[in-house]
Design a protein around this ligand. Structure first.
Ligand SMILES: Cc1cc2nc3c(=O)[nH]c(=O)nc-3n(C[C@H](O)[C@H](O)[C@H](O)COP(=O)(O)OP(=O)(O)OC[C@H]3O[C@@H](n4cnc5c(N)ncnc54)[C@H](O)[C@@H]3O)c2cc1C
Length: 471
């Protein structure tokens, strides 16, 4: 269906980008064959990876590829967890890594960033200008283009929203090479359909984002973190409706089991404040004054103790805060080697305790370790399907014959549970390649049909990130 990359095209690309920005060496190409999804069986080495330096070059690459019928897969930091930037059909991987300029506009409290700016550099540039970028998806090497293309979330979504809430304008190159700039440095627009919002979460299937205008906010006041142990996970997540009913909107409410906390402590050689109970809440608060922090912390403690919390630990110094946040943010890394897949089911937050209960039932039914943690207050649950057991405080690897046959059944039951509760199969990681088989069961067929129609309008030859979201 697609044409191969031939010697003529390679010469044209080298003339356009410079030889050093056209990668054909198999060893280097291997880096461009996968993202962070654990099973390397989905990886595919592209025929060539190109590193354009500006929008004109991206436009020319897409014009050439479209005219020749060669697939193009856009790629950011490759921190994705759904195989979204895997070049499933070979062809060209278009990496935005060199387009990483960030210019902060203090007057408008916005920044214009190249798609290849990393989250770390973007957040730092905002901070240096005395401003703040609230969303904080876990991996700081993710890039602005990838964050927007997946509509990334993170733990602060409960108070500050997801990436979509901050994007004000985009520069996008379409297959064929035309460049459009929907949105801009304004907040309101009722001027026709919002094409900008179509690109947010489109996973590189509609256009290549080359630049984004992003809203920043004033820097937050001082933060405080609370660690609250519970006898079980269900009672921990069951606190969330109580907090919100009391009009407490924390920056984050993360839940996690003691199993993953202990593994991560060992991995990082750091200490979590308590080992009581079996499940913990990490509540992060921000407030204008110390008095307001005290009032909020007391209210949080009251709700949690009422729901069966065993104790309350407050991290009120930067050192203690850092240690807690480091452990929370490295859980994924600590259990990564034994993980098959991280699910990112999103359910209405009133359903989260029932969904977590279902995870327990499924774990027991299939005799499989399913550590579950996530963003309690926004309903986004990260269940890890594991290829190991956790026994006697140790992670014990299992033979593939034991875990492999269970994976589809476990995933299927949890996705069905999410749907029954009015949720979706992906809250922040995207559908990409690995969740594609489940999209049609998760959405009604008419919605998928409309999505395919939109894809055909933007990309009539289907060259852009083919094989992702749907076929
Ligand atoms: C440790 C860890 C923690 C994580 N925590 C979170 C979290 O808290 N919240 C969360 O939402 N995610 C999280 N993720 C997942 C991941 O970081 C996000 O999905 C992130 O948005 C991906 O960005 P990226 O630049 O790495 O994109 P990539 O992985 O390179 O690509 C992702 C998708 O975007 C497309 N794409 C990339 N750049 C462009 C572009 N310029 N134009 C058009 N399409 C493009 C790709 O084709 C692909 O479909 C985590 C991942 C890890 C490894």
């Amino acid at each position: 269906m697609f044409a191969p990359v031939d010697a003529n095209l390679l010469e044209e690309l080298k003339a356009l980008l410079g030889r050093e920005n056209v990668l054909v060496d198999p060893e280097r190409l291997d880096d461009y064959s996968h993202d962070e999804f654990s099973l390397r069986e989905i990886a595919r080495v592209p025929e060539v990876a190109v590193l354009p330096g500006d929008t004109r070059q991206v436009s020319e690459i897409l014009r050439l590829a479209d005219s020749l019928g060669i697939p193009v897969t856009p790629r950011g930091g490759a921190t994705g967890l759904s195989g979204g930037c895997v070049p499933t059909h070979g062809g060209i991987v278009l990496s935005l890594e060199r387009m990483n300029r960030v210019v902060v506009d203090r007057k408008n409290q916005m920044a214009v960033a190249g798609a290849g700016a990393t989250l770390m550099d973007f957040a730092k540039a905002a901070e240096e200008a005395g401003l703040y970028f609230p969303p904080h998806p876990g991996d700081e090497s993710a890039m602005i283009g990838g964050l927007i293309a997946t509509n990334a979330g993170g733990s602060r979504a409960v108070k500050y929203g997801v990436i979509r809430s901050y994007v004000r304008g985009l520069e996008v190159v379409l297959p064929g090479g035309s460049v459009i700039r929907p949105g801009g440095k304004y907040i309101k627009s009722s001027t026709g359909y919002s094409l900008m919002h179509l690109f947010i979460g489109s996973e590189g299937t509609l256009g290549v984002i080359t630049e984004a205008t992003i809203q920043l906010v004033a820097q937050p006041p001082v933060l405080r973190s609370m660690v609250i142990p519970f006898p079980d996970l269900e009672s921990a997540v069951d606190c969330v409706p109580g907090l919100l009913a009391k009009k407490i909107v924390p920056v984050a409410v993360e839940f996690m089991g003691l199993d993953v906390i202990s593994i991560t402590e060992e991995y990082l050689h750091k200490r979590w404040p308590t080992h009581e109970g079996t499940a913990h809440l990490l509540v992060i608060l921000d407030a204008a004054t110390e008095e307001e922090q005290d009032r909020l912390s007391e209210a949080v403690a009251e709700v949690c103790l009422d729901k069966g919390a065993i104790d309350i630990f407050i991290a009120d110094t930067p050192g203690k805060q850092d240690e807690i946040l480091a452990i929370r943010s490295k859980i994924y890394e600590a259990i990564k080697a034994a993980t098959v897949e991280i699910l990112d089911i999103s359910v209405p937050r009133a359903e989260i305790a029932a969904h977590v209960r279902k995870v327990r039932e499924v774990a027991a039914k299939y005799d499989i370790w399913l550590p579950t943690f996530g963003h309690a207050a926004d309903g986004n649950v990260h269940t890890h399907i594991m290829k190991a057991r956790f026994a006697g405080g140790e992670v014990v690897p299992l033979p593939e014959t034991e875990w492999r046959p269970k994976v589809d059944a476990v995933r299927g039951e949890l996705y069905a549970d999410a749907k029954e509760r009015g949720g979706v199969i992906s809250g922040e990681h995207g559908i990409g390649l690995v969740k594609k088989p489940f999209l049609s069961a998760a959405l009604d067929p008419r919605q998928v049909e409309i999505m395919k129609g939109i894809k055909a309008v933007f990309d009539p030859r289907g060259i852009l990130n083919p094989g992702k979201i749907f076929d």
